[in-house]
Ligand binder design. Structure first.
Ligand SMILES: [Zn+2]
Length: 717
């Protein structure tokens, strides 16, 4: 493409090319042709020559740095750009390229100043590149576990990027808010509070807000903090806290938010700030329980497997069938039990009293033919007696078949305060999902009913919730601790009765938000959503709440919201009704309200029968009912349902019998039910699972989906 000499010069001077850099135009055209033809080496060579003849020309230097970045040489690109910025400090493109090169060469922390300069200077002309920087920072913060910073950088990227790129960032935001492993008080929006004061105050605070708007949160926080020191207010400390958190400085954020919580006149905001502060404190706590792993090289995998299988303290975990799990499956996984395998109860007899605990995990990897990596064994457990016992047992069982590493390595940690909520059981093979769920819930009830009250919490100055109850000066911290616990219960799949918990501490629930039909709910915080007076909302508002609740998936709130929505036909018409009935059925199923589960399945089926393509839709509800009933092999309705399904769908769906037999088999039932009890040639060949019948939720059919395992595949859970 020939350059137009009457267009602005690509060097960024603002002059026309003809009157600016015409002497390099021909050579630069050659450079772009070389780049188009993927001849970046030749392009670089030519650019270096040009650079010598015309030093610090921004057109040459930015082109050269782009090629260097593409070729994976960010360090050289950074140095080239540093030179051009010396001569042209306000060059928009050089500024954003310099920040990009610095992030890649030196990492986010060293690059932060350069990035903030790009946020301030280059966003107008290069929105896509600047938005990309913000998006990349979000990913780094998320990987570090700095969730508030991650989310706010995504929101910032949304503000920067041009319209056509907004969709991708929007999807990342939705995924973030939906991510069940992130405590829910950290998901959703946290708006800066309104800051009021005299004229001098407003001039300064507006400056802070401006910095905050373009993502320079450390500068904004400095401004707010200076103001707060001369005229302290809850709002200012709140703003300092949020800005520090968005900047990734969690200890400083927590300190400011604690401060705001102490002086906020409104209890709701005080508790919100304190809840955030407590969650941030956990991220930075030094009271941790570490998980360590010890690895060793295996000389003969088959002999080792034989020996491990023979150990009474090891329980081999059933792995998912080949092809159903993405990535390479280990050769074998074992749980290290706290007692003999023979002491495991039968699936029908397991109880809280006789559950066998898992001390640690053992993973075996086969030799990798491609990389020549030898076969490996990895032993993992919480540091302390569990780890010591696990390692000494394995060293004894594996004897001379393993050459162990000298030292173990860190493989994660949990805050010591949450140790009670972290346990692992060894389930007897084929324990029905229903039994697992009931037992998990029973364990959570023990914690929520008693044990949590006796955990000494740093947030309560080392006192237990029971000790802090009744002390009015601890009311905010204690309420916040209850919310933090609520978020842990949610992650563990347990539906906590928060109001009852608060009442048993002598605390009242937070008051409902005041809402008029005109109130926009967009800027509500995670805790404010939970406080909405649902019955008072307009249909339009309730629809917005339904979508938000489905996204964040706070079980207790979601259930209340959906139940109200189905009672308002006006509200339902604009919503995905099938999804609402499915979610209600799913919520009731996972919290063991089985009778109600079937009511919602029936409601969904009735609704489906009124729609086009009702055959598939109704079938998917029948299948859902079957999967749910299969969880309880003693359900008297199960056999009649199987018979009905065979009679009705059998003739239309030829693979059905086979697939049903597999499901029955997987649930520990007699696969011959599908033939009305008759053994035939076709059922004899039925066994290998997954005969390929399409189901809307094949995942739910897997017997391994116990509550509390989250999105992680946990061997044996
Ligand atoms: Zn020029």
């Amino acid at each position: 493409m020939a350059l137009d000499v009457y267009e602005p010069c690509p060097c960024g001077s603002g002059k026309k090319l003809k009157f600016c850099c015409p002497q390099i135009a021909d050579d630069m055209e050659r450079v772009s042709r070389l780049i188009e033809n993927n001849q970046s080496r030749q392009a670089l060579h030519l650019l270096e020559q040009l650079d010598k003849k015309h030093p610090k020309n921004p057109w040459i230097c930015t082109s050269r740095s782009l090629v260097l970045l593409e070729s994976g040489e960010p360090g050289t690109a950074r140095d080239v750009l540093a030179q051009v910025l010396q001569a042209h400090p306000d060059h928009d493109l050089a500024i954003v390229l310099y920040a990009t090169a610095m992030v890649q060469a030196d990492g986010l922390d060293l690059a932060k100043k350069a990035i903030h300069r790009a946020f301030q200077r280059s966003a107008k002309k290069f929105p896509s590149m600047v938005g990309g920087l913000a998006g990349a920072m979000a990913a780094v913060y998320q990987s570090r576990g700095h969730m508030l910073a991650a989310r706010e950088h995504l929101a910032l990227a949304m503000r920067f990027v041009p319209d056509q790129e907004r969709q991708d960032i929007f999807v990342r935001l939705l995924e973030f808010d939906h991510e069940a492993s992130i405590p829910y008080p950290l998901r959703s929006v946290h708006p800066l509070p309104a800051l009021n004061g005299n004229e001098a105050f407003l001039t300064e605070s507006k400056k802070g807000l401006k910095y905050a708007f373009v993502g320079c949160w450390n500068t904004a926080a400095d401004i707010f903090e200076k103001l707060a020191q001369s005229q302290p207010s809850a709002e200012l400390w709140h703003a300092v806290g949020l800005c520090r958190a968005w900047d990734g400085d969690e200890p400083a954020a927590a300190a400011a938010l604690h401060q705001a919580a102490k002086i906020y006149p409104e209890t709701g905001l005080a508790v919100e700030c304190e809840t955030l502060a407590q969650l941030l404190d956990w991220n930075g706590t030094s009271h941790r329980i570490y998980r360590h792993e010890l690895t060793g090289e295996v000389s003969s995998l088959s002999r080792l497997l034989t020996q491990l299988d023979q150990s009474e303290r090891l329980f081999r975990v059933e792995l998912p069938p080949a092809g159903t799990y993405e990535g390479r499956l280990p050769a074998a996984v074992y749980q290290v039990l706290d007692r003999q395998r023979s002491e495991m109860a039968a699936p029908s007899d397991v109880s809280l009293e006789n559950m066998v605990h898992v001390l640690g995990m053992v993973t075996l990897e086969d030799r990798d033919a491609e990389t020549q990596e030898p076969a490996l064994i990895t032993v993992e457990a919480m540091v302390g007696p569990k780890f010591d016992e696990t390692v000494s047992l394995l060293k004894q069982v594996a004897a001379d078949l393993v050459d162990w590493d000298n030292t173990s390595e860190e493989a994660g940690w949990i805050p010591a305060e949450s140790a009670t909520m972290s346990w692992q059981w060894a389930w007897p093979t084929r324990t029905p999902p229903l039994v697992r769920r009931r037992l998990q819930a029973a364990r959570w009830q023990q914690i929520a009913g008693e044990e949590w009250f006796n955990i000494a919490l740093a947030a309560l100055d080392g006192r237990t919730p029971r000790q802090a109850a009744g002390d009015p000066s601890s009311a905010v911290a204690l309420t916040a601790a209850a919310y933090v616990f609520d978020s842990q219960c949610l992650r563990g799949g347990y539906e906590l009765d928060l109001d009852a918990l608060l009442a048993s501490l002598g605390l009242s629930p937070l008051p409902p938000m005041s809402v008029t039909p005109e109130t926009s709910l967009k800027s509500f915080t995670p805790l404010q959503w939970l406080r909405l007076p649902l019955e008072q909302l307009s249909d339009e508002q309730l629809s917005a709440v339904v979508n938000r609740a489905l996204l964040v998936h706070h079980d207790r709130f979601l259930y209340r919201v959906l139940k109200l929505a189905v009672s308002r036909p006006q509200c339902l018409t604009g919503l995905d009704q099938a999804r609402i009935y499915q979610t209600l059925a799913e919520l009731c199923r996972s919290h063991e309200r089985r009778a109600e589960t079937y009511q919602w399945i029936q409601a969904g089926r009735t609704h489906a029968s009124t729609l086009p393509n009702s055959f598939e839709r109704v079938w998917s509800w029948d299948l859902r009912e079957l999967m749910t009933r299969l969880e309880d092999p003693h359900d008297p309705e199960l056999r009649p349902l199987v018979d009905r399904i065979i009679q009705y769908y059998g003739p239309k769906l030829p693979q059905l019998r086979m697939a049903l037999a597999d499901m029955l088999d997987a649930a520990g039932l007699d696969p011959n039910w599908v033939n009305g009890g008759l053994v035939t040639g076709s059922t004899a060949a039925v066994s290998p699972r997954g005969s390929g019948l399409w189901t809307p939720e094949t995942a739910a059919a897997a017997p391994s989906s116990a509550a509390g395992s989250g999105s992680l595949w946990l061997p044996g859970q």
